[in-house]
Write a protein that binds this ligand. Structure first.
Ligand code: PLP
Length: 377
């Protein structure tokens, strides 16, 4: 286990990793430095939306890498325009700003909400996760994440999730925005009532503040819909995207409704929206469309939850964003021994596989899980 000691010596000791060193991937499978095969049921934390090294994505990245990797936003580049137009159509929103990660999409949203409204405070939810940079961190619920770094961005206020009354009480004259996940991911997959986003949009609208929908985890088919807000009957004022968007290539976006935009020079970035990143994301999105993966996410999710229930496990989820209750990290480690990769949030094990997962692999997973549960009992 040379990689463990090397990491200990050379890398910041900030991550709590599983003891495997992954060297390559193909479809729903990963391989480690010993050549051992794993079924990937966490998809690089809801990122690898079309599986590992999808031939179309590999090919698109390879071709673009030989043509142009980076030119900056000092000039125009075509892949950036192609992807922006695609996101505009998919979301029904108006303007796109690319980023390199989820937390950057949230930072951009915070700045835009403040600039647009001229107000300073942002309301967030208990148990939320919005990122680790000083603005996004201020809106992230867990105090262990925030406490060592105070003061973070001032003006954040936390309310109860899935409770429109609590939002109604919290909005005030200085409220710039309410930021909310359509399904809380890091909290362990918490699904609100179907009319929650609609209520939030009405309340923020009446208050003259903006609704920021953080779909960094739920976006691009994860929940069995293109976006978590797709069935809500409303449009966000600002939408935050990342994770599944690039299928593993780092890229995110902040997308805004008509009339909600920065002025020249308000925000920027050297890297965001590079030709390489945009080419990767555009191909991932086309694969999701061409292979019917939003529909597959919905169907495989239903099947997965039926199998989890058949094992007597308390479970919840939408599409391929799922969690079940079973000793958290102990179950994750026992599954790792069986060649299955998962991730936990507290007591819950989260299942976030590629959107093109097959029935066969779901069955393989639940069979290994059954063996693990028998051992734990
Ligand atoms: C993961 C996540 C983020 C942060 O994204 P990073 O790419 O890790 O910075 C923000 N919001 C939500 C809802 C997330 O799940």
């Amino acid at each position: 286990m040379d990689f463990i000691s090397r990491e200990k010596q050379a890398y910041s000791q900030v991550f709590n990793r599983l003891p495997v060193c992954i060297t390559r991937g193909k479809g729903g499978l990963l391989y480690d430095s010993q050549g051992r095969e794993y079924l990937d049921m966490f998809g690089g934390i809801a990122v690898c939306s079309v599986g590992h090294c999808h031939p179309r994505v590999t090919d698109a990245i390879t071709r673009q890498a030989g043509k142009l990797v980076h030119a900056s936003n000092w000039v125009y580049t075509e892949p950036q325009l192609d992807l922006a137009e695609k996101i505009r159509v998919l979301t029904g929103l108006d303007k796109v700003f690319f980023t390199n990660s989820g937390t950057e999409s949230v930072e951009a949203a915070i700045k835009l909400a403040r600039k647009q409204t001229g107000r300073k405070s942002i309301i967030s939810c208990q148990k939320s996760f919005h990122g680790r940079t000083m603005g996004a961190l201020a809106l992230t619920w867990k105090s262990e994440y925030r406490a060592p770094f105070e003061p973070v961005m001032p003006g954040a206020k936390f309310i109860e999730y899935n409770n429109p009354e609590s939002l109604k009480e919290a909005v005030a004259a200085d409220t710039a925005a309410f930021i909310v996940e359509p399904v809380q991911g890091e909290a362990g997959v918490i699904i609100p009532d179907p009319d929650y986003l609609k209520a939030a949009k009405d309340i923020t609208g009446d208050n003259g503040s903006l609704l920021i929908v953080d779909e960094v985890q739920t976006g691009f088919g994860r929940t069995g819909e293109w976006f978590g807000y797709s069935t809500s009957g409303i449009q966000p004022d600002i939408l935050c995207l990342a994770k599944g968007m690039g299928g593993g290539f780092p890229i995110g976006a902040m997308v805004s409704a008509e009339g909600v935009d920065f002025a020249k020079g308000n925000h920027g970035g050297t890297y965001p929206g590079s030709p390489l990143a945009c080419t990767a994301a555009l191909e991932v999105i086309k694969v999701i469309e061409d292979e019917g993966l939003v529909e597959n996410s919905r169907q495989m999710g239903v099947m997965l939850r039926e199998k989890l229930s058949a094992l007597g496990l308390e479970n919840r989820g939408l599409g391929l964003m799922n969690a079940f209750k079973a000793d958290g990290r102990d179950t994750v480690e026992a599954l790792l021994d069986k060649g299955v990769l998962t991730i936990n949030s507290g007591d819950y094990v989260r299942i976030l596989p590629a959107l093109n997962i097959t029935e066969k692999n779901i069955t393989y997973f639940t069979e290994r899980l059954e063996e693990v549960l028998e051992k734990i009992k």
